[in-house]
Design a protein around this ligand. Structure first.
Ligand code: MN
Length: 246
């Protein structure tokens, strides 16, 4: 199983959860929300064989953390993956759109200079603006739009720009989310939980709940769960091969 977007350091007992996920052999890409969290989180996941850490600056707090952009650039050389980054156009964050874009541009520029990375991206209510930023920095890497919720036109634009997608149980459980999933390029799709923010029935999802996303994808795509599993594994292999990372 593959959880390509979660926040493992934000669960109540991350060490126990990391051990359990390691025992189950789940592949996890854990986001950092600020560059400052990188060192501590890296230490935490180190013993697990299949857990990777992405260096990020979450758009919802980017306006308060512009001072950490220098640290982001300094740490990038040791980060195989980048996330969570992006833009959030929710009404309460409108005032910070300028700061969000400044942060994202600085990050994408650093990634482009660094030869590109897989980029796990947030684009809530800002899909077009995220795609605009990606067009400004075409060498930034491979964007994986997580929990995509844009329009059909934005989805088509994202697909033609070469974006990948990660989808989770919470998204696939909604009618709109399932509709989007049915239109995704299957060879550019991965699964995620977005735990502990991603929830199902009010309960935070844990990485090993990501099997639910496989089940829901199988029914959306009208293929078997086993076929979905094989496809996802192949997709992860392709993505890591593109970037020469393990
Ligand atoms: Mn997230």
């Amino acid at each position: 199983m593959i959880d390509f977007h979660c926040h493992i350091d934000l669960y109540p007992d991350p060490v126990a959860l990391i051990n359990e996920c390691d025992r189950q052999g789940i592949y996890i890409l854990s986001m950092t929300t600020t560059p400052r969290a990188w060192r501590e989180s890296l230490k935490m996941i180190k013993p697990a064989r299949r857990i990777r850490l992405a260096l990020g600056l979450h758009p919802q707090i980017a306006h308060e953390r512009l001072g950490e952009l220098g640290l982001f650039e300094a740490l990038l050389f040791e980060a195989g993956y980048v996330g969570e980054i992006g833009l959030d156009g929710s009404p309460e964050l409108r005032d910070h759109q300028g700061a969000q874009i400044r942060a994202l541009d600085a990050i994408l520029k650093a990634c482009q200079l660094g030869g590109g990375r897989p980029l796990s991206m947030h684009s809530r209510q800002a899909a077009s603006e995220v795609l605009d930023a990606l067009e400004r920095w075409p060498g930034a890497g491979t964007p994986i739009l997580h929990w995509f919720s844009g329009t059909r036109a934005e989805l088509n634009r994202a697909i033609s720009l070469g974006c990948w997608f990660s989808v989770g149980p919470a998204m696939l459980n909604s009618k709109k989310g399932a509709e989007i999933a049915s239109l995704l390029p299957r060879n550019r799709t991965l699964t995620e939980t977005d735990g502990p923010f991603g929830k199902i029935n009010g309960r935070p999802l844990r990485p090993y709940d990501v099997g639910l996303a496989e089940t829901l994808l199988a029914s959306t795509w009208n293929i078997t769960v086993a076929e979905v599993t094989v496809m996802l594994r192949q997709n992860l292999r392709t993505l890591t091969a593109i970037h020469g990372i393990a």
